[in-house]
Design a protein around this ligand. Structure first.
Ligand code: FAD
Ligand code: NAP
Ligand code: SF4
Length: 677
C-alpha cells in the first residue's frame, strides 16, 4: 500500500484508537460458534483457525460464545474459568492471534431460555417458540451468581491473554430477555419498570469493568432491532446504550433480530448491508465506537458503510470463513481475489444447528486448517478437468495451486455450471460471486481454459494427460408419467435460463431445492427486491423509522403477489421443503406462502394432456388446469466419458453421485481429492 489516501478502502483500513489500545483497522470478526470449541484438540485447532484470520489482517477477532453458567452448559460440563490449566490452553489462541499483530476478545454468552438443557433459567417462565424446554424463573440468588460468572469469566480472559470480552446482550438471549416485557414478567428489582429491566446488563458491565480495570476491551452486543412483538422501542435502546457506555463499555456492537424472529436477517435473500441504517440511528448518540453487522461481504460494501458514517467498525463473520485473507487482499488491492461469502448458511449455520463442525461451502478449509492443506506436489502431472461447474473449478484451481499443469474444458461458453442457473433466482444473485472468484483464480494460476468444447472419450484417450477429473455434472431426471412428452412439459433448465416464456398457470413437479427455486423465480414479477433495502423491509414488515416497538409492531408487510398461479408438488406425504437448509428452509417456505403459492404433498401423478395435470392428492383426484408443467424431479449423474476411458480418472461432484448433491459437496470433493493427487 503506497498511501492510505490513494487506497480504495481508506476508511476500512484506518486504525481505531481506543485510548489505551489501538486496533489496526475497522474490521471486527464477528462471533461464530464453530464447533471447534467442543472437539479433541480444540485449543490447537482454534489457535490455527483464529491465527489464520489474524494473519489475514483482521483488526479485532471475537471468539464464538463461551458459556459461563451451569444453566446453559450441558450437564456435568464445567465452565472454562473453573478448570485448572484452562487459561494456559487459551493462551495458545491468544498468542497465535497476537503473533500476527491482531487482537482478540472472548464472547461470554448466556443462552437463557434458548438453552438446550432442562436446567435452563430466564427472567420468567416464558417458553421460547424455538425451544422445547420451559425455563425456570431465575431466583434473586441465581441472578447474582450469573453476574458473578460474567465477572469471573472476564478475569479468566484477562489471565488467558485476551484483549477483552464481548458480552452478548442481543438475539433474545438471557440478558436481552431481562430487557423486554415480552419475556420479563418479574415484579422484583429485576423486572417491572424499564430501569429495573436493564439493571442486569448494567450490573454485569459495571462489575466486570471494576474487576478488569480500564485497559481491557468490553464490547457489548446491544439488540438495536429486536424484530419481535413486545421488543424494545428506539428510546429505550438509546437509554440503555448510553447507560452501558457510562458503566464501562468500550465498543458497542449491533445485534439484529431475536433467534425466534420470523424475519430473515443474514440469509442470501437479505440485501447486502441491509441493517446498517439501524446502527446509523445510534452511532452519533453514543460516546463509544459503534460496530455494524449483517450481510457485509465485500470491502466495497464495508467502505461505503464507513464513509457514509453509519458506523465506526464493520463486523463480518461468515465472510472470514469464506476467505481468511479478506482484509489483506483488500489492503493489497487484490479485492478481486476475495472468495466472497454467498450467505447460503449451508456449511456454517446449518452445520452448527445439525451438531456438525462448521466449515464453508466456498472454502472447505475453514475450520480444517490443520487437516486440509494444499501442498506443492513433488511430481508434476498434466491434468485434464472436464466440466467447469463448482466441482471442476475447485479441482482445477487446487491442482494448479499444487503445481500441476491443468487444462479445464467445458462444453458451455462460460464457466460456472449450474451456478449460472442458481444466480438467476431472485435472492441468489450472490452465487455469481463464486463464479467471479473462480474466474480470477483461473487467470492467476494460468489454467488453460477451453470453453465451448464437448470433450469425448476418444479425445482423452489420444491426449497426453496423465490424469482426468470428470466433473461433467448431471442430467435432469425425466419422471415416468403418462403424457410426459406433451408440449406443456418443460425442463427447469429452459425455464430458468429464460428460453421459455411460461403461461399464467404453472405446476412444478418436485419440491426439492430446485423446485422451490423455480417457484421463487416464477412468482416474481420481474422485480428483484434482493438488493433493494427499502423493498426488503416492506416485504418483511420492518419499520425503518423505528417508531414501532421491536421495529415491527403494528406494521403490515407489503408483499407483491405472484403474477402466476403456481402449484408446487411432491409425492412424499410430508411437509414441503422439509429437507431444505435448516436455517434457510423456513425463509423459502414462508416467502412462497406469502405470495400465494399452493403446496400439495402426497401427489400421485397420473396423466398430462391438453387439460393440464391429473393427479391424486391423498385419495382425491384433481385436475390442475395449467399452461405449463415444469419438471424438477431430481437428477442423474452424467458420466458417459468414463466408458472406455483408458486414462486414470476420478469422478467428482454430480458426475460422481447426483442424489442429494449440492455445491458444498461438489467443491469439498473437488478440493479434497485434488489435494491428495
Ligand atoms: P455442474 O454444475 O452441473 O457442472 C458440470 C459442467 O460440466 C457443466 O458446466 C457442463 O457444461 C459441463 N460438461 C458436461 N459434460 C461435458 C463434456 N462432455 N465436456 C465438457 N463439459 C461438459 N447448490 C447448493 O449447494 N446451494 C444452492 O443454493 C443451490 N441452488 C441451486 C439452484 C439452481 C437453480 C440449480 C440448478 C442448482 C443449484 N444448486 C445449489 C446445485 C449446484 O449448483 C450443483 O450441486 C453444482 O453445480 C454441482 O456441481 P458440478 O460441478 O458437479 O456440476
Ligand atoms: P432433489 O432435492 O433431490 O429434489 C427432487 C424432487 O423431485 C423431490 O421433491 C422429489 O420428491 C421429486 N422426485 C424425485 N424423483 C421423482 C420422480 N421420479 N417423479 C416425480 N418426482 C420425483 O433435487 P433438486 O431439487 O433437483 O436439487 C438438486 C440438488 O441441488 C439438491 O440435492 C440440493 O441440495 C441442491 N440445491 C440446493 C438448494 C438450496 O437452497 N440449498 C437449492 C437448489 C438446489 P418426491 O419424490 O417426494 O416427489
Ligand atoms: Fe458464507 Fe455459505 Fe460459507 Fe457460510 S457456508 S460462510 S454462508 S459461503
Amino acid at each position: 500500500m503506497t498511501s492510505s489516501t490513494a487506497h480504495p478502502y481508506p476508511q476500512l483500513l484506518n486504525p481505531l484508537d481506543l485510548g489505551f489500545t489501538t486496533l489496526k483497522n475497522r474490521v471486527l470478526m464477528g462471533s461464530m460458534h464453530t464447533g471447534l470449541e467442543d472437539i479433541p484438540g480444540s485449543h490447537e485447532r482454534m489457535a490455527a483457525f483464529y491465527g489464520e484470520r489474524a494473519r489475514g489482517g483482521v483488526g479485532l477477532i471475537v471468539t464464538g460464545g463461551f458459556m459461563a453458567s451451569q444453566h446453559c452448559l450441558p450437564e456435568g460440563a464445567v465452565p472454562a474459568f473453573e478448570q485448572d490449566g484452562e487459561a494456559d490452553k487459551h493462551k495458545l489462541i491468544t498468542d497465535a492471534v497476537h503473533d500476527e499483530g491482531s487482537k482478540i476478545c472472548l464472547q461470554i454468552l448466556h443462552t437463557g431460555r434458548y438453552s438446550r438443557t432442562e436446567n435452563l433459567i430466564a427472567p420468567s417462565p416464558v417458553q421460547a417458540p424455538i425451544n422445547r424446554y420451559v425455563p425456570h424463573e431465575a431466583t434473586a440468588e441465581q441472578i447474582e451468581s450469573e453476574i458473578e460468572d460474567f465477572v469471573e469469566f472476564s478475569a479468566f480472559c484477562q489471565r488467558a491473554g485476551y484483549d477483552g470480552v464481548e458480552i452478548m446482550g442481543s438475539e433474545g438471549y438471557f440478558i436481552n430477555e431481562f430487557i423486554v416485557e415480552r419475556t420479563n414478567r418479574r415484579s422484583d428489582q429485576w423486572g417491572g419498570s424499564y430501569e429495573n429491566r436493564i439493571r442486569l446488563p448494567l450490573e454485569i458491565v459495571r462489575r466486570v469493568r471494576a474487576r478488569v480495570g480500564n485497559e481491557f476491551i468490553i464490547i457489548f452486543r446491544l439488540s438495536m432491532l429486536d424484530l419481535v412483538e413486545g421488543g424494545s422501542s428506539y428510546e429505550e435502546i438509546l437509554q440503555l446504550g448510553l447507560a452501558l457506555c457510562e458503566a464501562g463499555v468500550s465498543i458497542m456492537n449491533t445485534g439484529i433480530g431475536w433467534h425466534e424472529a420470523q424475519i430473515p436477517t443474514i440469509a442470501t435473500k437479505v440485501p447486502r448491508a441491509a441493517f446498517t441504517w439501524v446502527t446509523a440511528k445510534f452511532r452519533d448518540q453514543l460516546p463509544v465506537p459503534v460496530v455494524t453487522s449483517n450481510r457485509i461481504n465485500t470491502p466495497e460494501v464495508a467502505e461505503d458503510i464507513l464513509s457514509r458514517g453509519d458506523a465506526d467498525m464493520v463486523s463480518m463473520a461468515r465472510p472470514l470463513l469464506a476467505d481468511a485473507e479478506f482484509v489483506i487482499k483488500a489492503e493489497q488491492n487484490r479485492a478481486d481475489e476475495i472468495n466472497t461469502c454467498i450467505a447460503c448458511n449451508q456449511a456454517c449455520l446449518d452445520h452448527v444447528f445439525n451438531g456438525q463442525l462448521t466449515s464453508c461451502l466456498v472454502n472447505p478449509r475453514a475450520c480444517y486448517e490443520l487437516d486440509l492443506n494444499i501442498e506443492v506436489s513433488e511430481t508434476k502431472k498434466n491434468i485434464a478437468v472436464i466440466g467447469a461447474g463448482p466441482a471442476g473449478l475447485a479441482a482445477a484451481v487446487t491442482a494448479a495451486q499444487r503445481g500441476h499443469n491443468v487444462s479445464l474444458f467445458d462444453s458451455a461458453e462460460t464457466i460456472g455450471g449450474q451456478f449460472n442457473l442458481a444466480k438467476r433466482i431472485p435472492g441468489k444473485e450472490e452465487f455469481n460471486e463464486t463464479i467471479r472468484y473462480f474466474q480470477r483464480q483461473l487467470e492467476i494460476h494460468n489454467i488453460d481454459v477451453k470453453l465451448g468444447q464437448r470433450v469425448t472419450t476418444q479425445q482423452l484417450n489420444e491426449s497426453n494427460f496423465d490424469e482426468v477429473m470428470i466433473a461433467t455434472g448431471i442430467a435432469p431426471r425425466t419422471p415416468e408419467i403418462d403424457g410426459i412428452d406433451h408440449p406443456s412439459v418443460v425442463s427447469y433448465i429452459d425455464v430458468i435460463s429464460g428460453k421459455i416464456e411460461l403461461g399464467k398457470k404453472v405446476a412444478v413437479i418436485g419440491a426439492g431445492g430446485i423446485g422451490f427455486d423455480v417457484a421463487e423465480y416464477l412468482s416474481h414479477a420481474g422485480e428483484a427486491s434482493s438488493q433493494n433495502i427499502p423493498a426488503f423491509m416492506k416485504e418483511w414488515g420492518i419499520d425503518m423509522t423505528m417508531e414501532s416497538r421491536g421495529g415491527i409492531e403494528g406494521i403490515e408487510a407489503e408483499v407483491k403477489p405472484s403474477p402466476r398461479d403456481i402449484y408446487l408438488l411432491q409425492r412424499k406425504a410430508e411437509k414441503l421443503g422439509k429437507n431444505l437448509g435448516k436455517t434457510t428452509g423456513w425463509i423459502h417456505r414462508l416467502g412462497l406462502m406469502k405470495r400465494g403459492i399452493k403446496m400439495i404433498s402426497g401427489c400421485e401423478y397420473q396423466l398430462i394432456d391438453d387439460r393440464g395435470l391429473q393427479l391424486m392428492a391423498g385419495n382425491e383426484p384433481k385436475t390442475l388446469e395449467v399452461d405449463h408443467i415444469v419438471i424438477c424431479a431430481g437428477q442423474e449423474p452424467l458420466r458417459e466419458l468414463c466408458e472406455g476411458l483408458e486414462k486414470p480418472f476420478h469422478l467428482i461432484g454430480g458426475a460422481d453421485v447426483a442424489s442429494e448433491l449440492d455445491a458444498k459437496r461438489a467443491i469439498d470433493q473437488g478440493t479434497r481429492l485434488t489435494a491428495t493427487l
